[in-house]
Design a protein around this ligand. Structure first.
Ligand SMILES: [Zn+2]
Length: 281
């Protein structure tokens, strides 16, 4: 089902309520065919932040929302040229609620959802590429995108991580959130401000989209972890080193749900996470 923007506005409010009430298991909702591949796939590209949501941390010089949109638009051009049907959750500097982004992705039966973000940290030395997924069916896509982006970037490899970010948890299609480097890192920040590097990032993400089945299966047959071996991770800000800096970055997509896996891990209920970070900002 396609949704026009006017229709979308009408359903966003209701969807937001429904998404908070609905607690059905994600596994039950998810029945996407993992074998879907090729240009018949719809790629929903989600440029992080936008409008009044600048992204990053307070005082950050490089606006994350502009970098994500630029990479997203470059990715759109690359995938469209390759025959993919591409849908953008935003194509300008506007604010789009997270629930609306998810609704767009879920409105396409054969979609994959690619969220583009950049990281930020108070510690300037923090850097690297990290890629997030949540559902089991998203792992091949996450592995492939991370394989190419981390492999093609001069940044360090922070790994593929499983975490329940809202946009990953609520989408019923394979979904990945890639953090394409730290804008607060002087070296990575300088790279990202060049169009050449942003084009490179888009090309690597596109390579991951194209190779999501072959790369995932190849890696899983050798050294790559399976969904079972990458546990849902509690929120640990791994960019911080000193105790005084242990504070959650104000990053709107970082709304993760911690599963009560073991007593050694901190827990946080979805309700408390939502109350601290109202969804959709
Ligand atoms: Zn972000």
């Amino acid at each position: 089902m396609k949704i026009s923007f006017s229709q979308l506005r009408l359903i966003v409010a209701g969807f937001s309520v429904a998404s908070m009430v609905c607690t059905a298991s994600r596994a039950a909702q998810t029945s996407r065919d993992p074998q879907i591949s090729g240009p018949s796939t719809t790629v929903v590209i989600d440029a992080g932040h936008g409008g009044y949501d600048r992204g990053g941390i307070p005082g950050q010089r490089i606006p994350e929302k502009e970098m994500t949109l630029d990479v997203a638009q470059r990715l759109k051009a690359l995938l469209a040229a390759g025959g993919y049907r591409v849908v953008m959750t935003r194509n300008s500097d506007v604010f789009v609620p997270l629930a609306a982004r998810v609704a767009i992705a879920n409105s396409y039966g054969n979609a994959i959802f690619v969220c583009i973000h950049f990281n930020s940290a108070k510690r300037m030395g923090a850097g690297g590429i990290e890629t997030y997924f949540y559902s089991r069916e998203s792992l091949p896509l996450a592995s492939a995108i991370h394989y190419y982006v981390a492999g093609g970037a001069p940044s360090s490899n922070r790994g593929v991580r499983r975490r329940g970010f809202y946009v990953l948890r609520k989408t019923r299609v394979p979904s990945v959130l890639v953090e394409c480097g730290f804008l607060t890192n002087p070296t990575e920040g300088e790279y990202v401000q060049t169009s050449t590097y942003r084009q490179k990032l888009a090309e690597e993400i596109a390579a991951g989209v194209r190779g999501r089945n072959s790369v995932g299966s190849a890696l899983s047959a050798t050294r790559m972890a399976t969904a079972e071996s990458i546990p849902l991770q509690p929120y640990i800000d791994q960019t911080k080193v000193t105790k005084s800096e242990r504070k959650r970055p104000k990053h709107s997509h970082k709304k993760s749900v911690r599963k009560k896996k073991s007593s050694s891990q901190p827990t946080e209920s979805e309700a408390s996470a939502a109350s601290k970070n109202p969804e959709g900002n």
